[in-house]
Design a protein around this ligand. Structure first.
Ligand code: HEC
Length: 137
């Protein structure tokens, strides 16, 4: 009787320890929220980069003379953003291009060739939506 009890006292912590080790370092390792870790980084495909370069980069880069544009979006450092910020900015990109807010109208009246074509709006939106989705998985 005495023997069985103490045996259980040894076995239980060992089992618990094994379980903890497996969940922490094993193939099923999880992050602090208990979910499978999602993708941490993104890459910008060439066709999307070309759209950014043509219509957005001039204002949204760290050397830009527009402080307002810089504060909102830095395309040269975009992929270095934290996951949470990336998801937020991708959503803002979708919103601005959907509502024809970017590039700004004033700018387009001077440089009409920088306007996004319908196809570019579509591709940009699809990419941003999908990338944000993947980050949230
Ligand atoms: C002529 C300069 C210029 C160009 C070109 C430009 N932007 Fe902007 N963008 C701005 C400025 C200025 C702001 C800040 C507006 C404000 O603070 O009200 C801004 C803000 C934004 C924001 C943040 C909007 C928000 O919700 O606050 C996003 C996202 C954005 N731009 C995306 C783009 C994208 C995508 C392109 C290319 C398709 C683009 N911009 C092209 C000047 C530019």
């Amino acid at each position: 009787m005495k023997m069985r009890k103490s045996g259980l006292f040894i076995l239980l912590p060992v089992l618990a320890g094994t379980f903890l080790l497996l969940t922490a370092f094993g193939p099923f390792s999880t992050n602090s929220t208990g979910e499978v870790p999602p993708a941490e980084t993104i890459t910008i495909p060439d066709d999307i980069q070309r759209i950014f370069d043509k219509s957005c980069f001039g204002c949204h880069n760290s050397e830009s003379t527009s402080d307002k544009a810089k504060k909102k979006l830095l395309l040269d450092q975009f992929t270095e953003l934290s996951k949470v910020k990336l998801i937020g900015k991708l959503g803002e990109i979708v919103e601005t291009v959907e509502n024809n807010e970017m590039p700004p109208e004033k700018f387009l009246s001077k440089y009409p060739d920088k306007a996004l074509t319908d196809d570019e709006v579509k591709r940009l939106k699809e990419w941003a939506d999908k990338t944000a989705d993947d980050l949230m998985k």
